[in-house]
Write a protein that binds this ligand. Structure first.
Ligand code: AMP
Ligand code: MG
Length: 338
């Protein structure tokens, strides 16, 4: 009898140990921070294969940056396109098709044919300046006329492509495929202003701070509580310069005027299931302003949080039960987009 009790106890200990080991392995959390796409990437993944997934996420983001999307890296495909190459990979062709669609759907507020304009203003570089009217007109001429047909790209004279508005969101999508394939339980991957929130737990909620446009880089003014999604923010504080009178010139341009967008916003945060779309929409909505953004957001099934120059936080969230926006800095007031 005593012997049977001892055996049972031993079995229980073994089972408990196995449960502890399994729990440890399945809930193994790994994290890393590295530089890519001119920004900091930080990833925290939990799951049995989290270590493997993290290595792949890092490799994929570096590959995207260096071999596909970077406009300044001579080894990247977009660099070759801007230098005259016309036949592109399926990967780039499908991204360019999405870009053309976004350009049309945003009424031209979003346009990747703005590389010349970005270079002309040089915002974020030591050469930043206010160009004269003629230079601006020349830089935006034909910017909408680039085309993608199958795997062939056509760039009019003087037009170059700039994927700076979507690269970080695209990186989140690649991270998403990897963590899903590796069955990670929970993953948060932040690529500059775009963040992937992924979980296998049904109805899991994440808290995301929205940066205070008037504060320092680590200060936020609102908290979003949302489910699995990609979240991208575009803001006038990311890259800018000020002239002698204190007027701020930031890096998000209205392609129809060639000047930094002036729609009364300091930032826009867009939440949707695709990183590429959330990143592109945050840029487009920054140009469009609140009212004109609403049909575009609806079209892509996206939600947004706008922060206006007069310190209002206007959100499209409202009726959803679980997902909330909470203002954490009382210089801002919360309102709903109508
Ligand atoms: P984001 O911070 O995602 O809004 O992206 C801003 C970057 O996208 C800029 O630094 C430019 O490289 C590029 N860009 C600026 N204006 C536009 C625009 N209207 N449409 C597409 N890309 C733009
Ligand atoms: Mg963007």
């Amino acid at each position: 009898m005593k012997k049977k009790g001892a055996i049972l106890a031993a079995v229980a200990v073994v089972i408990l140990a196995a449960v502890i080991v399994c729990d440890f392995l399945f809930n193994k959390t790994v994290s890393d921070t590295f530089l890519a796409m001119n920004t900091t990437v930080s990833a925290e993944l939990t799951g049995l294969k989290s270590e493997d997934a993290l290595t792949q996420v890092k490799e994929k983001i570096l590959y995207l940056d260096e071999k596909l999307l970077s406009r300044t890296n001579e080894n990247s495909e977009i660099y070759s396109v801007n230098s005259g190459k016309t036949e592109v990979s399926n990967e780039l062709a499908s991204l360019l098709n999405v870009m053309k669609q976004l350009e049309k759907n945003s009424g031209g507020a979003f346009c990747i044919g703005v590389a010349q304009l970005t270079d002309l203003w040089g915002i974020g570089t030591e050469y930043a300046r206010v160009p004269d009217e003629a230079e601006i007109k020349a830089a935006i001429k034909n910017c909408y006329d680039w085309q993608i047909d199958g795997n062939t790209v056509y760039l009019p004279e003087g037009v170059k492509l700039d994927l700076g508005a979507v690269g970080k969101g695209e990186a989140c999508d690649h991270a998403n495929s990897t963590v899903s394939f590796k069955n990670c339980k929970e993953s948060v991957v932040a690529v500059g202003g775009s963040v992937l929130l992924h979980s296998t737990v049904p109805k899991a909620l994440f808290k995301v701070g929205i940066r205070d446009p008037l504060g320092e880089a680590n200060e936020y003014c609102a908290v979003l509580e949302i489910g699995e999604a990609c979240v991208s923010t575009s803001g006038n504080y990311e890259r800018f310069f000020e002239d002698e009178s204190g007027k701020r010139y930031h890096h998000i341009f209205d392609p129809s005027t060639g000047y930094p967008a002036d729609s009364g916003l300091m930032s826009v945060t867009v939440v949707t299931q695709s990183g590429t779309i959330s990143d592109a929409l945050s840029t487009a909505c920054f140009v469009l302003g609140i009212e004109k953004s609403l049909p575009l957001l609806e079209r892509y099934n996206a939600e947004a949080v706008f922060i206006t120059e007069d310190k209002q936080i206007i959100t499209t969230y409202g009726e959803l039960e679980n997902e909330t926006v909470t203002v954490t800095n009382d210089i801002y007031t919360l309102g709903e987009a109508k």
